[in-house]
Design a protein. Structure first.
Length: 263
């Protein structure tokens, strides 16, 4: 299993520090949040993009994914999706995360299927490029809901160029067991986001293993060569403990879960 960290838990941290921190605490990949308030966004110049890739390459940290905020099931057009695809391609990311959204759309599934199929045909997506992953979130927080969309995408190439991102908190909040979520998501799975929270009513991020999420059950289902990314939502919960001091223990805990030695 390979471990990545999300920069959502490191708001404002300069990218060279992120790369150094990931390497020092035993992670081999990063999920880079793409947002105007962060260091990663579609308006980076070509020179800036090359500098980002060089920084992580120097630290031997893989840019696993670009976490974008396009919502493919919304009524409104996602005009930033092509720009996010270009950004992910230029940074050498394997994946681009998109959200469903869709709460205001009675035809959310149809819209998402159409948009994902279109995006799957764009330059930079596919063989040697980026795969677009729909996260368990928003109106489609369960594995069943995400699979309902992805199963409708037609064409071998389109199916290969799209997939699922399993956020284990959202499927749990949606009432699925890990086995149910994985059964729906396995044919489409790109990678998995882990986290921990106290309860369904208190989603403040906690150190891994200190909360209620069934992390052991989730990890036991995953392929041994897969990626697991710790998404610690410090950006939305400023009162949460700082992530840097938790990272090494979190990675060790995940390793122990996989080995069956966690206490």
């Amino acid at each position: 299993m390979k471990f990545a960290l999300s920069t959502l838990g490191l708001p404002g941290m300069p990218l060279p520090e992120v790369a150094h921190l990931a390497a020092r605490t035993g992670y081999t990949g990063v999920e880079l949040r793409a947002h105007p308030e962060s260091h990663i966004h579609p308006h980076l110049t070509p020179t800036q993009r090359k500098a980002v890739t060089a920084e992580f390459k120097k630290a031997r940290i893989e840019i696993l994914s670009i976490a974008g905020y396009a919502r493919v099931a919304d009524r409104a057009d996602n005009t930033d999706l092509p720009q996010l695809i270009d950004l992910a391609r230029d940074l050498g990311a394997s994946y681009l995360r998109v959200f469903p959204g869709g709460a205001d759309n009675p035809h959310a599934d149809d819209t998402a299927v159409h948009r994902l199929a279109q995006a799957a045909q764009q330059p930079g997506v596919g063989t040697g490029g980026v795969r677009i992953l729909l996260e368990t979130h928003d109106s489609h927080r369960t594995g069943e809901a995400i699979a309902r969309v992805l199963n409708r995408i037609e064409g071998k190439e389109n199916k290969q160029n799209t997939g699922a991102l399993w956020d284990v908190m959202h499927t749990w909040l949606g009432g699925e067991t890990p086995a149910e979520s994985y059964r729906h998501l396995a044919p489409h799975l790109g990678y998995t986001q882990v986290k921990d929270i106290a309860s369904a009513s208190d989603t403040t991020p906690l150190p891994l293993g200190k909360g209620a999420l069934p992390l052991s059950e989730c990890l036991a289902l995953l392929p041994s060569d897969g990626w697991v990314c710790w998404e610690y939502e410090k950006r939305w919960y400023p009162e949460a403990a700082p992530l840097p001091e938790l990272l090494q223990a979190g990675r060790e805990y995940l390793t122990q879960l996989l080995a069956g030695t966690a206490k």
